[in-house]
Design a protein around this ligand. Structure first.
Ligand code: PEP
Ligand code: MG
Length: 914
C-alpha cells in the first residue's frame, strides 16, 4: 500500500467515493480498454490515447492509471489493486514490445505523464526515459549505435527524476551541466560528447546521493512506482492549484498517470519529430500546417535552438512517411470532427502518433473553420455555433498585435479593460496628447495616467490606447474606452506613473514621453516597444455568415450601452437591437461641454442652476435627436443624470496646489479670485463616499429642475423626430432607486414634463418610465417598485458594489490576493456573482413580474457583455442584455449558445425561479 499526502481539510470526501472495478487501462497493439468518452476516469490524455488506438492510429502502447488512484493517494492510501493491475499492464506492454523495462539487450523505456480531465498544460510533472540505469544505458548505446544519445537520455532521466521525484533542486543539476559544458567549450547541449555526458552522469548521481542520502534508484520498477506517485503529488503543487483556481477546475478531480513506451526521434537521420495542425490555426485556412526536425526530440522543435523545417519539406525528404502522416491526420480530423493539433515521432523510418487534440485557434480561424466544416458536412450549423468562444469574436472588431516572430517583453499585466491592441508613443497628460496629435509630432499616442477623469476626455479621444496604473473594470478609463472602442489596460499596479516627472517606471525600465509601448487590451498586457498590428475586420464575410446562423437561435434581445450618436451608429453596425443605457452625463464629457456641466453642479442656488441648465438643454436635445435618428424605431433607454460628483468636479487637492502656487508666485493674479470660491464650493460638496453620495435619483430629487430639463430635452427631441415621420421608442430610466417613494417622485416629474411638452407641441409619443435596480433595497422591494416602474434594468456595476460593499473603483487593491487565496474565483465586476448578486437579480425579476406580469427586464452593467453572465441572464428569463458596442458580437453568440444549450439539456429550473 502506498502512503500519500493527506489533506485533512478534504479527507472527509473519502467516504463518498466507491471503489472502482478497474484501476489500470491498457492501450496499444490495436486495441484499448478505454475510449475517448472516459475523460473522468482516464483524464484527457489517457482518453485521447485510448481513442487514437481505437481509431487504428500507430500509437506507442502503454497504460493509464485512472484518476481514482490519485484521489485515493490524496486521501492517504492507495488500493493494493493499483500495484497489482499496474504490474499486469506492464507485463502486457513488455510482451507487446518484446522488451523488458530497463533490462536486457533491448530495454523498454517509458514516459510517465500526468493527464487530468481538463487540460492543465505544463502544470504537473512528466518523466521521460524511465527504465534507464547504469546497465540499460550501455545496452541502449550499443543498440542505437549512438552512445551520445544513450548517455544524454540517461542524464536527462536522472535530472528529471531528481527534480520531480526526489526533490533535488533543479538548479544544482543545471550548475553541474553548465560547468562541464563551459569547460568543454561547446555552445549547444547536443554538441557534448559521450565522455562529457558520462562525467555529468557521475556528478548527477553524486548530487542525488548527497541531497537524499540514497543512490539514484537502479531498479526499473522502483523508478516506475516512485514516478507514478510523484505525478499524483504534482496534482497538489502550487502551480497546479493556482491553475485550477483560475480555470474553475475542481480540486478533487485528480490526475491520471499515463505510462507509455518511449519512441525516439533522435536515433539518427532516419528519425525525427514534429508538431502540426490539420488547418491553419491563425487564419483557419484548410491547409496542412506544421514543423518538424530530423534527429531530434520533441522539445528541440519548440525550444528554438534549432530552426524547424516546414512540414511540406517532409514530403520531399520522406514521401512515404509524409503520405502516411497526412492520411492519419485527415482521418483524425474526420474522427474527432474538429481541427486537430498533433505530435508525431518518426523512429527509424516508422511513424508514431504521440498526441492529437482539438487545436487552439484564433477567433478568425474559429469562425472560418466552423463555416468550412459545415460546408464539408463534418458538423451541423448548431454545432458550429459552439465551435467559437464568444470572447473570440473580439478578434474581428479590434486590431490585434502581431506577435509571431517577435521577441516580446511583457512589462506588466493589468486588467483587460477594453479589448484590442494599441501601439504608440507615451504621453502623460491629456493636454500633451491633444498638442502632439494636433501638431503631428506623434502619429499614434498611448495616454498613460494614474487614472483618468472626465478632464482627460480630449486626450483620450486622440489617443490610440490608454494605460492606467489604478482603477478596475468599471473605472472611468475602462467604461469610457469601451464605449469608444479604444484599447485600454487599466489598473496595471506594477506600473508607477509619475505624471510630474513624465515617467513610467516598470520592471526596472524608465519610459519617458515619446517612448514606444504596445498594449494588448484583450489580455491586459503592457509590452515594451513598437509591435505591428492587424486591423479590425468587422465586415468579414465569414463573420457575417456565422452571425446569420447565431441570431435566429437566441431568445435574449441584445442592446448597446451608447451615449452619443456616433456610438449608436457603431452599435447598429454590430447588431444592436436598441440602446439599453444612454448615460446622459457622458454627453457632457466633450471639452466644450464639461464646463457647463460643472457650472450646473457647482451652482449655489436654484436660479444659477436653472441658468446653467438652460445652456445644457439644447445640447441634450441635439444629442437625443441624433440618438433617436440613429436608432430609428428601436428602443432607446435614456438614463437621467447620474454623475458621481468626484468624477465631474475639479480635484480638491489640485485646486489647493494651484492656489498655493499662485499665492506664492503671483499673489495678485485674477485667477485667484476665480479659484478661491471654486475651492470653497468644491469643499462644500466634498463627499467622503461619493459613490454612495449625491448621485442617481438623489440628484434629481434634491434638484428637480435637473430632471425637468432632461425630460424636456428628451420629449422635445422625440416629438421633433416624430413630426418628421420618425418613430422613436423611448424608455426613460431613473437611476439608483432604493424605494418606491423615490421612484414616484421622479416618475411624476417626467410624466408632468411630457404632458407639458406634448401640449406645447401638439404631438405625443409613447414612452415608458422605468428604473435601474442597483441597490439591494430596490431588489428586495422590487414588487413595490414595479407598481410605478414600467421596466427594470439591472445596473449590476452598482448592484455588485452595494451588495458586496466593495468600492468598484478600489477593488484592485485586494483583488489579486482574493483571487490567489480562492476567496473570489474572478472579478465580480467583470463576471456576475451568480450566487449573491445574481440571486438578487433573479429575485427582483420574479417580484417585479409578480406585480406587473409583462415587466420588461434587462441588464446594463458591464456584465451584459460577459458570456457567462449573459448565459445566466438567459436562464433567469431576462428580456435583454445591454453592453458596450464592441461586446455586442460576444453577447449575441453567448445568448445563442445559452438558448441552444437549453434546448439540448432542458431549462434550468433552479435558475428560473426563486
Ligand atoms: C451600473 O451601475 O451597472 C450602471 C450601468 O450604471 P453606472 O455604471 O453608470 O453606474
Ligand atoms: Mg450605476
Amino acid at each position: 500500500m502506498t502512503q500519500g499526502v493527506v489533506d485533512q481539510a478534504s479527507a472527509g470526501k473519502a467516504d463518498t467515493t466507491s471503489t472502482p472495478t478497474k484501476y489500470v487501462y491498457s492501450f496499444g497493439g490495436g486495441k484499448a480498454d478505454g475510449n475517448g468518452r472516459m475523460k473522468d476516469v482516464l483524464g484527457g490524455k489517457g482518453a485521447g490515447l485510448a481513442e487514437m488506438t481505437n481509431a487504428g492510429l500507430p500509437v506507442p502502447p502503454g497504460f493509464t492509471i485512472q484518476t481514482e488512484s490519485c484521489r485515493e493517494y490524496m486521501r492517504g492510501s492507495v488500493s493494493p489493486k493499483v500495484d497489482a493491475e499496474m504490474h499486469a499492464a506492464l507485463d502486457r506492454l513488455e510482451k507487446l514490445q518484446g522488451q523488458k523495462l530497463g533490462t536486457g539487450e533491448n530495454p523498454l523505456l517509458v514516459s510517465v505523464r500526468s493527464g487530468a480531465k481538463f487540460s492543465m498544460p505544463g502544470m504537473m510533472d512528466t518523466i521521460l526515459n524511465l527504465g534507464l540505469n547504469d546497465k540499460a544505458v550501455e545496452a541502449l548505446a550499443k543498440l542505437s549505435n549512438n552512445p551520445r544519445f544513450a548517455y544524454d537520455s540517461y542524464r536527462r532521466l536522472i535530472q528529471m527524476f531528481g527534480d520531480v521525484v526526489l526533490d533535488v533542486p533543479k538548479k544544482k543539476f543545471e550548475h553541474i551541466f553548465d560547468t562541464i559544458k563551459e569547460r568543454e567549450g561547446v555552445k549547444f547541449d547536443y554538441e557534448l560528447q559521450p565522455d562529457a555526458l558520462k562525467e555529468i552522469i557521475v556528478e548527477y548521481k553524486k548530487l542525488v546521493r548527497k541531497e537524499t542520502g540514497k543512490d539514484f534508484p537502479q531498479g526499473p520498477l522502483d523508478q516506475l512506482v516512485q514516478a507514478r506517485d510523484a505525478v499524483f503529488r504534482s496534482w497538489q503543487n502550487d502551480r497546479a492549484k493556482t491553475y485550477r483556481r483560475i480555470n474553475h477546475i475542481d480540486d478533487w478531480l485528480g490526475t491520471a498517470v499515463n505510462v507509455q513506451a518511449m519512441v525516439f526521434g533522435n536515433l539518427g537521420e532516419n528519425s525525427g519529430t514534429g508538431v502540426g495542425f490539420t488547418r491553419n490555426p491563425a487564419t483557419g485556412e484548410h491547409v496542412f500546417f506544421g514543423e518538424y526536425l530530423m534527429n531530434a526530440q520533441g522539445e528541440d522543435v519548440v525550444s528554438g535552438v534549432r530552426t524547424p523545417l516546414s512540414i511540406s519539406e517532409l514530403e520531399r525528404a520522406m514521401p512515404k512517411v509524409y503520405d502516411h502522416l497526412r492520411a492519419i491526420t485527415w482521418k483524425m480530423e474526420k474522427h474527432y470532427r474538429d481541427m486537430q493539433d498533433f505530435e508525431f515521432t518518426i523512429q527509424d523510418g516508422k511513424l508514431y502518433m504521440l498526441q492529437t487534440r482539438n487545436g487552439k485557434r484564433t477567433g478568425l480561424a474559429a469562425v472560418r473553420i466552423a463555416i468550412d466544416m459545415v460546408r464539408e458536412g463534418l458538423i451541423t450549423q448548431e454545432e458550429a455555433i459552439f465551435r467559437v468562444e464568444p470572447n473570440q469574436l473580439y478578434d474581428f472588431l479590434v486590431p490585434r498585435l502581431i506577435e509571431k516572430g517577435e521577441k516580446i517583453e511583457v512589462l506588466a499585466t493589468g486588467l483587460p479593460a477594453s479589448p484590442g491592441a494599441a501601439v504608440g508613443q507615451i504621453v502623460f497628460t491629456a493636454e500633451d496628447a491633444v498638442k502632439f496629435h494636433a501638431n503631428g509630432a506623434y502619429r499614434t499616442i498611448i495616454l498613460v495616467r494614474g487614472e483618468t477623469t472626465p478632464e482627460d476626455i480630449a486626450g483620450m479621444e486622440v489617443a490610440t490606447g490608454i494605460l492606467t496604473s489604478r482603477g478596475g473594470m468599471t473605472s472611468h478609463a475602462a467604461v469610457v474606452t469601451r464605449g469608444m472602442g479604444k484599447c485600454c489596460v487599466a489598473g496595471a499596479g506594477d506600473c508607477t506613473v509619475d505624471e510630474h516627472a513624465k515617467e513610467l517606471r516598470v520592471k526596472g525600465h524608465t519610459f519617458k514621453q515619446g517612448d514606444w509601448i504596445s498594449l494588448d487590451g484583450t489580455t491586459g498586457r503592457v509590452i515594451a516597444g513598437q509591435l505591428k498590428t492587424l486591423p479590425a475586420q468587422p465586415d468579414d464575410p465569414d463573420l457575417v455568415k456565422f452571425m446569420s446562423w447565431v441570431d435566429p437561435v437566441r431568445k435574449l434581445r441584445i442592446r448597446a450601452n451608447a451615449d452619443v450618436p456616433r456610438d449608436a451608429k457603431q452599435a447598429r453596425l454590430f447588431g444592436a437591437e436598441g440602446i439599453g443605457l444612454c448615460r446622459t452625463e457622458h454627453m457632457f464629457f466633450a471639452e466644450d461641454r464639461i464646463g457647463h456641466m460643472r457650472t450646473m453642479i457647482l451652482s449655489e442656488n436654484e436660479k444659477d442652476r436653472r441658468e446653467a441648465l438652460k445652456k445644457l438643454l439644447p445640447m441634450q436635445r441635439a444629442d437625443f435627436l441624433g440618438l433617436f435618428k440613429a436608432m430609428e424605431s428601436l428602443p432607446v433607454t435614456i438614463r437621467l443624470l447620474d454623475p458621481p460628483l468626484h468624477e465631474f468636479l475639479p480635484q480638491r487637492e489640485d485646486l489647493l496646489v494651484e492656489i498655493s502656487h499662485l499665492e506664492d508666485t503671483k499673489p495678485r493674479s485674477p485667477k485667484l479670485k476665480e479659484l478661491r470660491p471654486l475651492l470653497a464650493r468644491v469643499q462644500e460638496l466634498h463627499e467622503t463616499n461619493p459613490m454612495l453620495g449625491l448621485r442617481g435619483c438623489r440628484l434629481g430629487i434634491a434638484f428637480p429642475e435637473i430632471t425637468e430639463m432632461q425630460s424636456r430635452a428628451i420629449f422635445e427631441a422625440a416629438v421633433a423626430v416624430k413630426s418628421k415621420g420618425g418613430d422613436p421608442h423611448l424608455e426613460i430610466m431613473v437611476p439608483l432607486i432604493g424605494s418606491i417613494e423615490e421612484m414616484r417622485n421622479q416618475a411624476a416629474i417626467v410624466r408632468r414634463v411630457a404632458a407639458d411638452v406634448f401640449k406645447e407641441k401638439g404631438e405625443t409619443v409613447d414612452f415608458m418610465v422605468g428604473t435601474m435596480i442597483e441597490l439591494p433595497r430596490a431588489a428586495l422591494t422590487a414588487d413595490q417598485i414595479a407598481e410605478e416602474a414600467e421596466f427594470f434594468s439591472f445596473g449590476t456595476n452598482d448592484l455588485t458594489q452595494t451588495t458586496f460593499g466593495i468600492s468598484r473603483d478600489d477593488i484592485n487593491h485586494f483583488l489579486p490576493s482574493y483571487i490567489k487565496q480562492g476567496i473570489f474565483k474572478q472579478d465580480p465586476f467583470a463576471t456576475l456573482d451568480q450566487a449573491g448578486v445574481g440571486l438578487l437579480v433573479k429575485m427582483a425579476t420574479a417580484k417585479g413580474r409578480n406585480t406587473r406580469p409583462n415587466l420588461k427586464v434587462g441588464i446594463c452593467g458591464e456584465h451584459g457583455g460577459d458570456p457567462e453572465s449573459v448565459k445566466f441572464c438567459h436562464k433567469i428569463g431576462l428580456n435583454y442584455v445591454s453592453c458596450s458596442p464592441f461586446r455586442l458580437l460576444t453577447a449575441r453568440l453567448a445568448a445563442a449558445q445559452a438558448a441552444l444549450q437549453e434546448i439540448q439539456t432542458g431549462p434550468d429550473i433552479h435558475s428560473g425561479t426563486c
